[in-house]
Design a protein around this ligand. Structure first.
Ligand code: NAP
Ligand code: GLV
Length: 306
């Protein structure tokens, strides 16, 4: 069995070491143009040339949850795309989103600014019931986030493509349920995959339907959000602010207006990182299961795009 590694922006050596230790009988190497045909590939943002030169691949293991980058490429005819299925990401996402919600709800940025100015000042406690949180996307990450938020007794709502039932979460689905979901939401959390259906979904029309004083937490993909609409709605006062981890262009260009909007808090695409050891263990388990002809979790449906 031959496994090839083609992950843009990722240091290959530690991955190769881990894969070789876990698959001692396999031939494992970094892809270079003209490399021999492999059976399996471990990928992140590979070039089209890689796909064109590896028609014999049986599966592509994406070392992330989002496969939007892969879905834009022409894939080898028989290759199945397999995403990372949690692998330590959902707990990171739950802690990131929970801290963002609590930081906003408890006005921690305001307290920090006061204290830095030497001001010992109390604010009136806000009413939790007035801060319903709506999670768009109830998949591997969204479900974990929704459950984590419900532990803190926020009213939690969730929106997905197909109907879902989750304890402690009021659920909505499909285009027909979108407006009702938005209208009852004040803090909007985005955990959708980026597909043709979800691109630019967080726009003026969407944001206007949120409750006044809305807050946006985007941890999925930058292209879900229409940047100028968010800034306009903040300036108009309907949206109080946002916490953004993902951007249309990463790193965020120096001239992007987000840098100068004080109501926007940003992090550099770090809310749920790929954990190497967990990911290697998962990939190796899936290779073994596929070799036995079994179905594996995390299989991507190219028709749906996620
Ligand atoms: P997932 O398991 O594939 O779940 C996707 C969810 O979105 C599902 O509930 C799905 O509905 C719903 N959905 C898809 N298309 C929809 C549509 N058109 N309308 C309504 N709902 C729709 O994905 P995941 O693992 O939770 O990850 C979500 C995204 O997070 C990834 O795609 C990636 O972009 C992003 N991410 C970001 C980071 C980071 O560090 N910032 C890290 C990891 C992942 P159904 O349940 O009905 O299918
Ligand atoms: C990161 O953004 C991922 O999709 O895993």
């Amino acid at each position: 069995m031959r496994v090839t590694f083609c992950c843009t922006g990722t240091k290959a050596e530690p991955w190769l070491e881990g894969l070789r230790a876990a698959l001692p009988d396999a031939e494992i190497g970094v892809w270079v143009p003209g490399a021999p045909q492999a059976d399996y590939a471990v990928v992140w943002a590979p070039p089209q040339q890689f796909m064109d030169e590896q028609p014999a691949l049986k599966a592509l293991f994406n070392i992330g949850a989002g496969v939007d980058g892969l879905m834009k490429l022409r894939l080898p005819r028989h290759a199945q795309v397999v995403r990372l299925d949690d692998a330590g990401m959902s707990v990171q996402m739950a802690e990131y989103v929970t801290q963002a919600v609590i930081r906003h709800f408890r006005e921690l940025d305001g307290y920090e600014a006061d204290m830095r100015q030497g001001q010992w000042k109390f604010r009136k406690p806000q009413v939790r019931a007035n801060f319903p949180v709506g999670v768009m996307g109830l998949g591997v990450l969204g479900e974990r986030v929704a459950k984590a938020l419900s532990v803190f007794e926020f009213p939690v709502r969730g929106w997905s493509r197909s109907p879902k039932q989750l304890d402690g979460v009021q659920t909505f689905h499909g285009a027909a349920g979108f407006s009702e979901f938005l209208q009852g939401t004040r803090i909007l959390v985005n955990l959708l995959p980026l597909t043709p259906d979800t691109e630019n979904l967080i726009n003026r029309q969407t944001l206007q339907q949120l409750q006044p004083g809305a807050y946006v937490i985007n941890v999925a993909r930058g292209a879900h959000l229409v940047d100028e609409d968010l800034i306009a709605l903040i300036q108009e006062g309907h949206v109080a602010g946002a916490m953004l981890d993902v951007f249309r262009q990463e790193p965020l260009p120096a001239e992007h207006p987000f840098w100068n909007v004080p109501q926007i808090t940003m992090t550099p695409h770090t809310s749920a990182r790929t954990l190497r050891d967990e990911s290697i263990a998962q990939i190796v388990g899936k290779v073994a299961a596929m070799a036995r002809g079994e179905n594996v979790q995390g299989m991507v449906d190219p028709q749906r795009g996620y």
